[in-house]
Every structure is written in C-alpha cells, then in structure tokens.
Design a protein around this ligand. Sequence first.
Ligand code: UT7
Length: 333
Amino acid sequence: MQSTKLNAQITAVGMYVPEKVLDNKYFEEIVETNDEWIVSRTGIKERRKMENGATSDMAAFAILDLLKTTSVKAEEIDVIIVATVTPDMFFPATACLVQDKIGAKNAWGFDLSAACSGFLFALQTGAALIESGRYKKVIVVGSDKMTAISDYTDRNTCILFGDAASAILLEPTEDLSTGLIDTLLFTDGSGKDALNMKGGGSLNPSSHETVDNKMHYIYQDGKAVFKVAVKGMADISYEVMKKNNLDSDDVAYLVPHQANLRIIDATANRMGISKDKVMINIHKYGNTTAATIPLCLTEYYRAGKIKKGDNLILAAFGAGYTWGAAYLKWSID
Ligand code: UT7
C-alpha cells in the first residue's frame, strides 16, 4: 500500500522570557566595557536572566504558553524534543522533566545538542518524525539558561548571552507546498576548539581543577567564530533560497540566529534582502542559543507581521561547528 506523503507544518507557537533584565549598564559596573562597544559590536542592549528555575522550567512555560493558543491538549503530544546546551542535569534528559511539568503523559522525548543550530536540527528531526506518518503532534522547544554557564568576569563572553525558551507544535499536512519544505544542515567538528564548555564531561570530569580553571563556563574565540559564522550563515541562506528557486522578492523574512547584528546584516546582504525583512530581537534578549529563532517567529507572528503562505528562510551558525538553513512556508492564519 502506498502511504500518503506528508509535510510537517507549524500549527502553534509559544515563548517564555524571564522577567529579570540585565542591561548594558549592568555590565559596565562589573567588567571593563561600555554600552557603545556592546551595541556597535553586537547589537545587544539587554538580555534576560532566569533567577529561580532551570532550562526545563523555561521550556515548560513556553509550551504551556503555546498550549493556551491551540485546542491540542498536553496529553495529545506524541514527542517532545528539547534543543539545549544547558540541560538541567546530564541525565535524565531535560525532555523528561518538561514532559512531567506540562503533564504530557503520553509523550516520549529527548534532548538534542547542537548549540546555536539546535532549533534547526531539532526542527528537521521533528519534521522527519511527522513525515514518517508515525507521529502527529511533535513539540520542538529551544531552551537555554546561558547565564548558568557565563563567566561574569569575562567581558568577551558575559555580555553576549541571555536566557529564554520558545516552542513550536509540528503537525502533518498533505499539502506538500506548505510547512517545512527544505533544510540544509552541516557539522564540522574541527571547530570544537573555538567555542565550547570543556568541564564536567567525560573528557574533563568535574574536579577542583576544572573549577579553578573556569572550565564550566563558555569559552569562545570570538574573532575566529565570527569569521566562519559570517561566511557560513550567509552562504547557507543564499544556497537554500536558490535551491528552492526563490528570489529575494519571494522571501517574506529572513529569520536568523541572533548572535551578532553584523553577522545578520552580512547574511541579509548576501541574500539581497532589505533590513525590514529581517527578524531581529537581539537588542532585547542577546544570544539565547537554541531559543533565538522560535522566539523571533513567536514575537513576529503575535505582532501580526507574518501571514499564512509567507516564505521564511531560517538560518543559524553555532558551536561544533554546526550550521544550517531551512525554507519554511508559514501555515498559521
Ligand atoms: O552564537 C554562536 C556563534 N557565535 C557567534 O556567532 C559569535 C561570533 N563572534 C562575535 O560575535 C564577535 O567576535 C564578538 C562580539 C564576540 C567580539 O567582537 P569583535 O569585533 O570580534 O571583537 P574582538 O574579539 O576582536 O575584540 C576587539 C577588542 C579587543 O581588544 P584589543 O585586543 O583590540 O585591545 C577585546 O579585548 O575589543 C575588546 N573587547 C571588549 N571591549 C569592551 C572584547 N570584549 C569587550 C567588551 N567591551 N565586552
């Protein structure tokens, strides 16, 4: 028997950002930096900090926010994929904690670690589960508590990151011209030394030494990552657009990972897309790793700026290295 071909489409979105705001002035008081440097080099003005709670709490809040907007009940969710590099614990998976917190008693789930590309990797993974015909309701949530692994004495990194979570619901459609139409995803592990957190894993188990050497914090060689990220994100976004016979006029929005406004501008330039067609919220939240892209989608959708049928190009670059782009046709009215 020939099985029906299916696409995965986003049918609901949700988000959570903690209340506590850390503005650039806050960092002027704790490290040698200033608002002008941070804004001109990164585009960031503020970011959020989760004071009480962990990655699973933010993910659960984002999913509960999503569930308020749909008739789908928590018990109907089949799978929960949590994209994160800041799991509550090594194990159990954050997805287990989220499953329990939202009462998704018929779901299974797992964590997916692809740093700033985590949402795109998880979106493709969730879509494949839907396309298989086996699962009908898959939650993909990007959630990262980056303040938990930020060194507030290192001006190179602490100003960059913030905490947030955002979730989407994937459901099947027989209309193959909508939903997730294409993805291009890549991994190059030779980039492992430029951006990482070395301590606590099987290579460098936690010890007094790993703590003394600050190995439980983000390490980033900013300049090295910047160089490859600019080219990586611009090239892949252009490639996915061309591969799907789209011109810049056909694209409603570029939805880029929010790590640095200069990387985002370079990507838009390469695609020939004007600034008003680029989703931006880096000024409010900084780099929230796996949460940046769905957070943009949720905010722009709720502001009435995306309409059904819009062509969106999603793009990310992150630790690993990992990078990718997706062509998504928006499905919610
Ligand atoms: O999201 C995953 C992937 N990550 C990225 O895509 C991030 C990629 N990298 C970047 O976004 C940028 O490299 C940064 C924003 C991290 C840094 O910007 P940059 O223009 O590459 O600066 P830099 O690292 O080359 O540093 C330039 C100068 C240095 O001083 P010297 O050595 O020239 O005297 C830094 O020490 O700026 C200094 N600096 C700062 N000054 C004030 C570094 N951080 C700060 C700071 N405030 N917070």
